[in-house]
Design a protein around this ligand. Structure first.
Ligand code: ADP
Ligand code: MG
Length: 316
């Protein structure tokens, strides 16, 4: 019986957003948004700047009162400031774009802020564990005001994880972190969330936060969810130019979207184009060429002189 209850509890644990609409002033920012995030899963929210990603995270967190729609976590309704003296719930942490740290205290003190002082040994162990997750061991005793933007962002991440939330909301979590650190930090954070079965909703404009880490992704556009699926399915069938552009350069040929690597320069074909520019891309070149009246993009292993005529084919 007990096992059954635990089993049921486990599978009921999820975030549910039901028919949420929201406006700051007169015009709506979000309209009729509904989705679920199962326990331990990561959902990435993408969309252009101003599409409502941060607003949606704030609504999930209970920062505003909802006139339309509901947000639930694990059978408990998330309510706004009209119902809660203090915004937020213990089981949910939110790392905003602003971080909100204590500047005159050390990295360790910031991370341990919400950990109990009555168990100093555990507090120290836990703080050290988190310093490792965000790769800040060397900065433990540095005052936060003397850190770079990216380092502050990492302190905010560690502090949000300190009391092991059940669900974590992240707003562009790696935006200030340089490329040297980004990829290893992503692996560390998302790996930690999976290991601890923590659900995550992450707003991002970086495809590298999504590919390889998110279980599902959702695209916001014109106040609505235009697509929600696994990153693989959306990548393979982006449907809209807006969605394809999130993943990289693409071309529209006969009403179909192709990524640059799906077009190949060849000796002969019915598709002819004139090269406009070649961009060095590391392990390849991106060739911009004019086909009929518009630009297309083709991945190629060498540079091609501007003005050259080329034939290309579609490789699926
Ligand atoms: P995103 O995070 O996707 O860039 P936001 O959720 O921040 O988008 O903003 C969505 C829309 O709501 C934008 O048009 C923005 O100008 C507006 N907005 C955001 N915050 C406020 C606010 N506090 N008051 C009024 N309008 C806001
Ligand atoms: Mg935002």
């Amino acid at each position: 019986m007990r096992n059954q209850a635990v089993f049921l509890w486990y599978f009921c644990t999820m975030l549910q957003v039901k028919n949420v609409s929201f406006a700051y002033t007169k015009s709506k920012v979000l309209s009729n948004i509904s989705f679920d995030v199962p326990r331990g899963d990561t959902l990435a929210i993408i969309g252009e700047s101003g599409s409502g990603k941060s607003t949606l995270l704030k609504l999930i967190f209970g920062e505003y009162d909802l006139k339309q729609g509901e947000v639930w976590w694990n059978g408990e309704q998330i309510l706004g400031p009209a119902f809660n003296l203090v915004v937020g719930y213990d089981f949910m942490k939110y790392v905003t774009q602003e971080f909100d740290l204590m500047p005159y205290t050390t990295v360790s003190e910031n991370i341990g802020k919400h950990l109990s002082r009555f168990y100093p040994e555990q507090k120290e162990l836990r703080t050290n564990e988190l310093l490792k997750v965000v790769e800040l061991e060397a900065f433990a005793n540095r005052k936060v005001k003397n850190l770079s933007g990216g380092q502050k962002q990492r302190v905010a991440l560690a502090r949000a994880l300190a009391k092991e939330p059940e669900i974590l909301l992240l707003d562009e979590p790696f935006s200030n972190i340089d490329n040297f650190k980004k990829q290893s930090l992503r692996r560390s954070i998302f790996g930690y969330l999976k290991e601890k079965d923590i659900s995550c909703v992450v707003a991002t404009h970086d495809k590298n936060d999504v590919l390889g880490f998110a279980d599902e992704m959702m695209v916001l556009h014109n106040k609505e969810i235009v697509i929600k699926d696994t990153p693989q399915n959306i990548y393979n069938n982006p449907k809209l130019p807006l969605v394809a552009s999130f993943f990289g350069e693409f071309s529209e040929i006969d009403n179909t979207l192709y990524y640059a690597h799906q077009l190949r320069i060849t000796d002969q074909s019915n598709f002819e184009a004139v090269v406009k520019h070649s961009y060095f891309n590391g392990n390849s070149w991106l060739i911009e060429a004019v086909y009929q009246t518009h630009s297309i993009f083709i991945t190629h292993h060498t540079e091609i002189k501007s003005g050259s005529n080329v034939c290309f084919e579609i490789v699926q």
